[in-house]
Each structure stands twice: as C-alpha cells, then as structure tokens.
Design a protein around this ligand. Structure first.
Ligand SMILES: [Zn+2]
Length: 262
C-alpha cells in the first residue's frame, strides 16, 4: 500500500520539540506530509513546550509548503461545540457536525480568510475530530474547498462534489495490503518514545523495499501527500457510503471501549 502521512493540530502552541523530532524523521526519509493548520486555535489541550518554536508561525508554515509539504485547514478554532459525529462518526463531538448550515459556512469562510491573509491558500479541509455532516460538505463547497482528508477506502473518492482522501481504518491491516492508498494520522503532540521508534522502524523497512537488504519486500511504501493528491479518484456510491458510516461506528465503539479500560 502507498501510505501518506498527515500531521494534525499544527498551531503556534503545539509541542515544538516533538514536532521537530518527527519532521527530522520525515526529512531523513524524504517524506513530505500533509499538515492540518488551525487558523485560530482556541483549544487549550493542544499545548506543549515552545522550545524551537519559530518567531513567525505562518512564515514557517509557508516555508514547509514551499518545501513540498501539503497544507490543509484544520477547522477554524478547533473547539468542540456539539456532541455529534455527523456522517463519519469516529467521535461524538464536533466543531461542525450538528451546527446550523449558515454558521458552518461563516466559520469555514473565516478560517479560510485568516489563512489567506497569512499567505496560505488551501482548498483542502481536515475536520477536527474527523466529524462533519451534510451541511459541512455543502458549506465547504460554498467556501471554495474541493478536497477533504478523511473517510475510509483504498483510494481517493468523489462524493457530494468533493474529493475525499481516505485515512487508515487499522494501521496494521494497511501495512499488510499490497494495493491502494491510505493515510496515517499522526498527532505529534501526544507521541511517546515508542511511537517515534515505531515510525522509524516502518520508514526504515519501507526504504529497504526492493533492495537486496529486503528480499521479502515489504508490501507498503511511504509517499508524499502530494503524490496521493495526484491519484485518480473514483465515484462513491450509496453502498460505499453506508459501509464507511458503519466502519466509523465500529471503530468509535472499539476506541471508546479501549479508552474506558473495559
Ligand atoms: Zn485536531
């Protein structure tokens, strides 16, 4: 499988040492990820050490973009205002799902304006908590977005006038599959030592693919997000939508059970 990486919760307040550590790892293996930038962060839980924070956050984001990194708008304030999961219910809280259409449209347009004023124009949306509803999709189109990083599947798909770039349902399964594309969702802020080690092992294994050091040839490879954006999108029908909704419900159930320790 071709695996792209996305980094969520990119803000001036994030944990910079962890971010830089993961960035250096990506740089070493030539992987350019997608970053989800929060236009105006109002979520206090996205916080960490400011060691190594750039003097001008948005200038730094522009420099990453100029280096080939892809940029998405990650909500507007990253503040959860409803207890809804919408049509991709991985979580039961949202900045958008369940909010009236007009408010969603204004919030999306505001976020886009904030980024644009900082020299960052993107038509790719990353929903906080992965949650959005039908009104979000309509509001996204109205606000000029064309792409969404979310959903399940093995290649990009077209739905409701937008192109979706699926994320991994289960990382271990994605690592076994040969065909298709997916995205690994990474929150550098909450990464622990073992997570850095695990990613380094995976990148190393993929880098050996096809060389004499890897006679078994790992079935997966890591790609830059831009390559994913270039992949052909297929139409998603009714059956695919229902399957995705149920998969998200199942994942939500298991993640919640795991977190509650039962
Ligand atoms: Zn987030």
């Amino acid at each position: 499988m071709k695996i792209a990486i996305r980094l969520d919760d990119i803000t001036p307040e994030m944990d910079w040492p962890k971010f830089h550590r993961f960035r250096e790892l990506l740089d070493r293996y030539g992987i350019r990820p997608l970053i989800g930038v929060i236009p105006e962060n109002r979520d206090d839980t996205v916080a960490g050490s400011s060691d190594g924070a750039p003097a001008d956050f948005f200038q730094y984001v522009r420099s990453l973009r100029d280096n080939g990194w892809s940029v998405a708008m990650h909500g507007c304030y990253h503040r959860y205002v409803t207890k809804k999961g919408g049509i991709f219910p991985l979580n039961d809280f949202s900045e958008f799902a369940g909010v009236p259409y007009e408010t969603q449209r204004l919030t999306l347009q505001k976020g886009r304006r904030i980024l644009s004023e900082k020299g960052i124009d993107t038509d790719l949306f990353m929903a906080p908590a992965h949650s959005y509803d039908k009104n979000t999709l309509k509001a996204l189109r109205e606000a000029g977005f064309t792409k969404v990083t979310d959903g399940f599947g093995s290649r990009p798909y077209r739905m409701s006038g937008l192109i979706f770039y699926p994320i991994s349902f289960r990382k271990s399964t994605s690592l076994e599959k040969k065909e298709g594309f997916t995205t690994f969702v990474v929150h550098t802020n909450t990464m622990e030592e073992r997570d850095f080690t695990r990613y380094e092992e995976l990148f190393e294994k993929a880098a050996k693919k096809g060389t004499e050091n890897d006679p078994a040839a790992s079935p997966f490879e890591f790609i830059s997000y831009g390559e994913y954006l270039d992949a052909e999108a297929k139409d998603r029908g009714c059956f695919g939508r229902i399957r995705e909704y149920l998969q998200a419900k199942i994942k939500h159930f298991f993640v919640k059970r795991m977190r509650s320790g039962s």
